[in-house]
Design a protein around this ligand. Structure first.
Ligand code: ADP
Ligand code: MG
Length: 216
């Protein structure tokens, strides 16, 4: 279980804290959804959970063990918003091996299969994939590193409805293998597959029900 206790983030550059005393927990193989307007602090929270920023206060534990940012970096996999903008490999193989040249083609094929990209040649360019396939590739890049927690920032943003639907189905499948935390400002479809959800409003977190989110 992921447990976040009294997490606050107040960088010196801001007059107000960006995250205020957040506490929540997410069970193993659950999909958690945090909904909030632009500027609410969603991406900042994911960056902290991925170990890319250090909280000002609070604790993050996994199965009861307190985790430092360096440990979070290797144990959590963050898929940024619009991940396709950050692809830097010339081929799918390069993209999957970026920073991990030891990965075998067999392992890479397996990860691509987990996200429904089997059959696409490993030497094709990530730039030639469709929008939905690019999102799947970005997921596979994280999954192959074996994270305990998958963190997704606005995973459906900018996709048309049929591709969004396919991605939602994939995320619903992935939670049988990973614990997933998704943040989004547009939650309607994601709420259908969420086990637990919260609203983040100006840095403060409140629990909410599926019905509440679908009505807004
Ligand atoms: N490192 C930082 N320094 C100062 N302000 C920041 C920093 N990171 C984010 N912010 C501000 O914190 C607020 C929350 O940003 P963000 O986490 O990107 O929100 P969201 O993802 O919900 O749109 C915004 O007002 C943003 O400008
Ligand atoms: Mg954001």
């Amino acid at each position: 279980m992921l447990q976040v206790e009294n997490l606050s983030y107040h960088p010196a550059a801001t007059s107000q804290p960006i995250l205020k005393d957040l506490s929540f927990q997410l069970g193993l193989h659950q999909l958690g959804l945090i909904v909030g307007k632009s500027g609410a602090g969603k991406s900042t929270l994911l960056e902290i959970l991925a170990g890319l920023a250090r909280p000002t206060q609070g604790r993050i534990t996994w199965q009861g063990v307190n985790l430092l940012p360096s440990q979070l970096r290797s144990m959590a996999g963050l898929v940024f918003q619009f991940p396709e903008r950050h692809f830097c490999g010339l081929t799918l193989l390069d993209e999957m091996r970026f920073g991990h040249p030891e990965l075998q083609e067999k392992e890479i094929q397996h990860a691509l299969k987990q996200v429904g990209l089997e059959g696409i040649p490993l030497y094709s360019s990530p730039n030639h994939l469709s929008g939905g396939q690019q999102r799947r590739l970005a997921l596979a890049v994280q999954l192959i590193r074996g994270p305990f927690l998958l963190l997704l920032d606005e995973p459906t943003a900018g996709l048309d409805w049929s591709v969004r639907r396919q991605l939602i189905n994939l995320l619903a499948q992935l939670k049988s293998m990973w614990t997933v935390l998704v943040v989004s400002h547009d939650p309607a479809e994601l709420a259908q597959i969420a086990d637990v959800q919260w609203v983040l409003n100006k840095g403060s977190l409140q629990p909410t029900s599926v019905d509440t989110v679908l009505q807004t």
